[in-house]
Design a protein around this ligand. Sequence first.
Ligand code: MN
Length: 365
Amino acid sequence: MGLLTIGAFAKASRLSPKALRLYDELGLLAPARVDPVTGYRLYAPEQLDQARLVAWLRRIGMPLARIQYVCTLEAGPAAREVRAYWAAVEADTAARRDLATFLIDQLTWKDPLMTATAQPLGIRYAALSDTGLVRESNQDTAYAGSRLLAVADGFGSAGAPASAAAVDALKRLETESVPAGDLLDVLEDAVEQAGRAVRGVAGAGAWPKGAGTTLTAMLWTGSRLALVHIGDSRVYLLRDGELFQITHDHTLVQSMIDEGRLTPEEAASHPQRSLLVRGLGEGADGTPELRLQDALSGDRYLLCSDGLSTVVPTEEIRRVLSETGEPDRAVRELIALANESGGPDNVSCVVADVVELAQCTYRNV
Ligand code: MN
């Protein structure tokens, strides 16, 4: 078969002649021949595969420079490159979705119709961390103060100082006054600082083999709770007797569940169930999930490390949170339950109640 005119080639490849001329100029797809007299571009039928590939890569939004690179690769490496590109797009979208949710919440809160109903609220809280029955040392850090609630689960050779450094970096939020409009910037700065602090103590070993930590924290703003979450520690909300897990685990198995490649039951016994896809540490993706939570009087929050959620069934957690009065009793009972289930991991719990300001007593175990 002979060479095709640009019109015929455009039709066969479903690209417009205009796009073909652009791809030629960008070096993505040069015509097989350019007529020296007329300047017409002529294409070989064998170029159709590449033209179609370029068209589809454009459709998934890949930048031209990257398409150029993919076109130089064999099929196998090209597939890996497309997969890597798409994983980055999805991670970016997830991060922007979190930000969008945060902004919607914040703007909704600024709406005068919303604030008119606000009542003076406070939190009472307790934090407790335990080594468990199997591990030699406790690499978790749990903290509760009048404004900051935090759980960090350290791992690797310097896991304990890593989790402590992450939480310490957030503690300045306890005393700093944060104007509502600055909340997002302040949280972002605090997480960046926490990341630097963790890399400072974690040493040379790159994540995931080196040291690092999860970080799940809530900041009480006086009317709402801002959530920052990286890793597989969790936040649960008990509201009207029902328990909701409000964080998403940043683990390999959770991503596989989300993609429909694994059932939650299979994930529970998966050999790589503790493998994190986000965390704080050298080389880790430390993008936080961010959220603003409405505070309603009577709400009870639980922040916990996976040492609790892995071994204690959700229904048991719900029962203890519903039936136990004071936060310090609730954290003790939850940790006792984890240890009754073998205590295979360090376990940390922070419980915070949203109460009307009059009944507020601060407490830290
Ligand atoms: Mn753990």
